[in-house]
Write a protein that binds this ligand. Structure first.
Ligand SMILES: [Zn+2]
Length: 414
């Protein structure tokens, strides 16, 4: 079923109930006392849930309705502009088999291994057999990127998109959404593919994990995709079958990051651009490459941009709350921009051709984050290599671990 404010059937008299001295939200199962807000209006006392407020209010005065789950067979086919290699084909077969045999699967694939494409066969199988599919991610910008890739591959399919800014809704038989949107679904999906399963907040949030289970039918399959599994995550999915892909889809190895020791912030505080950094950027631009520069903190964006703008004109910056984020990413793609300076918001899910990736103050980043960032380079078949430059004030364990992980992946030891 799918919960709605207005619908065919009454699900609960009220969204939030008060029992045995505690509140429970019947939409998202929240029981944490700090996640409810109470006030009085003309109708009397009202308490609403803060946890799922992004989906509209679930409160103690308003009923929740639902509509029945629709199920029907599609007749869809996906197209891919490259052929899966042996390793990818094996993973793809494992996903189909997990769906057929009603079990979960953890796909552990190096960034750029074509994780999304590997799920296409499974999605096609599910839809053509009348199984409802959701492709979810904890991150809004990843959701949009995935949606674009799916409509591109499944030309004849009707795909729903649910996330904060945008909604394209039909029957919810094939839905791309944020994990939060699953609060509205109960035993509705037969297959839920969770991308970036290691990303905030899924890895730490048991409630969200339960929410995925609640949205899934009792016999449904959960397909978990990750590029950077941590130990806690792997422990949590002990009984799940695992498949690993070590190579990127074009068969090229991961780029080994080059670490350069410089204190970039010190120079831009003096309103100067570090000479070494400038030489590297100049070289990238001379070679007609795009430059994506990561900074660890939003406060660094402005002073850093100030000195960069003295030297470069086709440049802009982007951060998580930036309303022009999508346009700026587009401007990088259509050559209006050469350089985009960003916080970690573009760490996942965004791809550019001919890209060199820079990190300044890489000493602030953890290894999982550096692996994701490094994985932005060399993601396109036309340009499978790409450079990764990590500018750091000093060496860190994370920097060492990042290089070690790349080495292990490239040797096939992971
Ligand atoms: Zn709630």
């Amino acid at each position: 079923m799918k919960l709605k404010y207005k619908g065919q059937h009454l699900y609960k008299e009220r969204g939030v109930i008060h029992e045995n001295g505690k509140y429970t939200c019947l939409r998202c199962s929240n029981t944490s006392v700090s996640m409810f807000y109470s006030y009085k209006d003309l109708r009397g006392a009202c308490t609403y849930c803060l946890k799922c407020i992004a989906l509209g209010r679930s409160d103690s005065l308003t009923p929740l309705f639902y509509e029945d789950t629709k199920r029907y067979k599609d007749n869809i086919e996906f197209k891919l502009n490259f052929e899966l290699n042996k390793e990818q084909q094996h993973a793809s077969d494992m996903i189909v088999s997990a769906i057929q045999n009603n079990h979960d699967l953890l796909l552990y694939a190096v960034t750029g291994a074509g994780k999304t494409e590997i799920t296409f066969q499974g999605i096609e199988y599910a839809r053509n057999n009348g199984l409802n599919v959701a492709f979810v991610s904890p991150r809004v910008d990843v959701v949009r990127e995935i949606y674009l890739r799916l409509i591109d591959a499944f030309v004849t399919a009707r795909i729903d998109l649910l996330y904060a800014d945008e909604k394209i809704e039909t029957d919810y038989v094939f839905t791309v959404c944020t994990v939060h949107q699953l609060y509205n679904f109960i035993e509705h999906f037969d297959v839920i593919i969770v991308d970036e399963v290691d990303a905030f907040p899924l890895a730490r949030d048991k409630i969200l994990e339960n929410q995925i289970r609640r949205a899934l039918t009792k016999t449904g399959s959960c397909i978990l995709l990750t590029a950077t599994p941590n130990r806690a995550l792997l422990r949590g999915f002990k009984n799940t079958e695992t498949v690993t892909i070590k190579r990127r889809y074009h068969g090229q190895k991961l780029t080994m990051p080059e670490v350069i020791f410089r204190d970039i912030e010190k120079t831009f505080k003096k309103k100067k651009l570090d000479k070494t950094l400038k030489d590297y950027i100049d070289k990238s631009i001379e070679e007609n490459r795009k430059v994506l520069i990561f900074v660890p903190e939003i406060r660094m964006l402005e002073p850093f941009m100030e000195v960069l703008k003295v030297n470069y004109s086709k440049i802009d910056s982007v951060y998580s709350g930036d309303p022009l984020r999508k346009q700026k990413v587009e401007q990088m793609r259509n050559d209006t921009l050469d350089i985009l300076v960003t916080t970690t918001i573009l760490e996942r899910g965004v791809t550019f051709k001919y890209l060199d990736v820079y990190v300044v103050h890489a000493e602030y980043f953890d290894s999982a984050s550096l692996m994701q960032i490094a994985g932005r380079a060399g993601r396109k078949i036309v340009d499978p290599v790409g450079n990764v430059y990590l500018f750091a004030k000093h060496n860190t364990l994370s920097l060492l671990k990042t290089k070690q992980t790349v080495r292990m992946f490239n040797k096939g030891e992971v």
